[in-house]
Design a protein around this ligand. Structure first.
Ligand code: ZN
Length: 465
């Protein structure tokens, strides 16, 4: 498809949006309508290598560029359309094309608002060669709860932005897996068993991560009573899983996107509804947490990929997640960046992202900052890096720039629980990037992630001992 008619659609949308805004006094909504999403076909995306950008990363982030969560030495990488490379070059950065991601091809599933209640059959709904839709993930949770009632408890902990505003959307859902005794999986902080918390797809376009969560749920339930290691873990530990942290964003991804870019942020377009060609609405939920909010690696521009939102925990998805975590983990850490959490702390959290083959831990809000539990947190990261073959460190150490307001920093800051970010997948070569062939989940990603998650879950009983 040539670019001219697409631009025509974008202009038409902008005009429609402006008219709507004038007529109703509200923000334009035209760009999120499911019909126009279908009309806007995704385009090929370029990954640009920006040479020696680590030393000037704040300026690069300030351009509003989609800086990827990866680095190579002092080089950083930016995702964008054909024009983006010129824009970065014009700002004085030496830039080359690293790779071209082909436009994704799949038939978009129906939008949630048109599709009625989730049924068991929806567990088979996939896109892009096998990746599960939000409906499929939710049907899967229901199916597991039905098939394994002695091992699972379902939790609805909130609503997505679209659902909370009457625009379709989804419930926010978790599952707690364990060999259930009375009192297990209750939303109370002082649980009898330690808790391991896994979450995926807070960044919607990182589609490998939701698939890892799906497999983790199946691994724990299907192998209980068969695999000694799984059985021991399920007898002793509560395994919490949020497979889709940002369902509105994932719906945009599976629909082909509300813009030509792969969608990273949530579905909230009320802070600036029209980003024009190449921009994306929404809030970056991994910059919105109430920890060092507004610091490095965030933006006040609603069209930036690292838009932090209008305030700390402004987004319903953030608030609900923080609420859930606060209910299931006691606070074991005092105030101040250097204060250590209690050595008696139980629990461990992993948030799955893509990509750079890295394992990241706090503090990520500032270069050079170390937590009061750095030695233990770093040692566990080193072990998991050994299992996966990934690199490890804080965000400034691994990806070359600080990122404040992230979930991993938050869970450590507010509760004392060690929080890790896994960045799954390589930058180049087979099974790299945001959209690896689905077969990569079997061949490459799950074989690395499964043993790392087993290791992490085993550490939840006493992570600092
Ligand atoms: Zn991410």
């Amino acid at each position: 498809m040539s670019r001219v008619p697409i631009l025509g659609i974008a202009v038409a949308l902008a005009v429609t949006g402006a008219l709507l805004a004038q007529n109703t006094g509200t923000v334009p909504v035209a760009q999120t309508d499911s019909q126009t999403q279908v009309a806007q076909q995704p385009q090929e995306q370029y990954v640009y290598r920006v040479k020696q950008a680590v030393k000037d990363s704040e300026r690069l982030l300030g351009l509003g560029s989609d800086v990827l969560e990866e680095r190579d030495g002092d080089d950083l990488f930016v995702l964008g359309d054909r024009a983006e490379g010129e824009r970065i070059r014009a700002a004085g950065f030496a830039t080359t094309v690293e790779s071209v991601m082909p436009a994704p091809k799949w038939a978009p599933p129906k939008a949630q608002r048109d599709a009625g209640p989730v049924t068991r059959a929806d567990a088979d709904e996939t896109f892009y060669g096998g990746y599960r839709t939000v409906r499929a993930q939710h049907a899967h949770l229901d199916k597991v709860a039905t098939d394994f009632p002695a091992l699972s408890s379902l939790v609805t902990y909130g609503q997505s932005w679209r659902k909370s505003t009457g625009k379709g959307g989804y419930d926010l859902r978790a599952i707690c897996l364990t060999k259930k005794n009375a009192g297990d999986c209750e939303q109370k902080p002082n649980s009898a068993k330690p808790r391991f918390f896994l979450m995926a797809q807070i960044h919607a376009r990182e589609i490998t991560t939701g698939d890892m969560a799906w497999r983790w749920i199946d691994h724990l339930t299907a192998n209980y009573g068969k695999d000694a290691e799984v059985t021991k873990l399920m007898d002793s530990t509560e395994m919490w899983v949020v497979p889709i942290t940002n369902p509105d964003g994932v719906e945009i991804v599976q629909q082909g996107g509300n813009s030509p870019k792969l969608h990273r942020k949530n579905g909230n377009d009320s802070n600036g509804a029209s980003c024009g060609w190449g921009g994306q609405t929404g809030v970056d939920l991994n910059r919105n947490s109430n920890t060092h909010y507004g610091g490095s690696g965030t933006s006040t521009d609603p069209c930036s990929e690292i838009y932090r939102g209008p305030g700390a925990s402004s987004e319903v998805e953030t608030k609900a997640l923080e609420g859930l975590l606060g209910k299931i983990f006691p606070d074991t850490r005092g105030d101040g960046d250097n204060t250590a959490a209690s050595a008696d702390t139980k629990g461990l959290m992993i948030t799955l992202h893509s990509y750079t083959n890295g394992i990241i831990f706090p503090w990520s809000h500032k270069s050079g900052a170390k937590t009061g539990n750095d030695a233990k947190i770093r040692a566990m990261a080193k072990d998991m890096a050994g299992i996966t073959g990934y690199t490890y460190g804080t965000a400034p150490e691994v990806v070359g720039y600080a990122a404040s307001g992230g979930t991993d920093d938050w869970v450590y800051d507010k509760l004392g629980v060690p929080g890790y970010t896994f960045e799954i997948g390589a930058r180049s070569g087979a099974c790299s990037g945001f959209l690896p062939q689905y077969s990569c989940q079997d061949s490459t990603h799950w074989p690395k992630i499964k043993p790392a998650l087993m290791y992490a879950a085993g550490k939840a009983a006493a992570p600092y001992k």
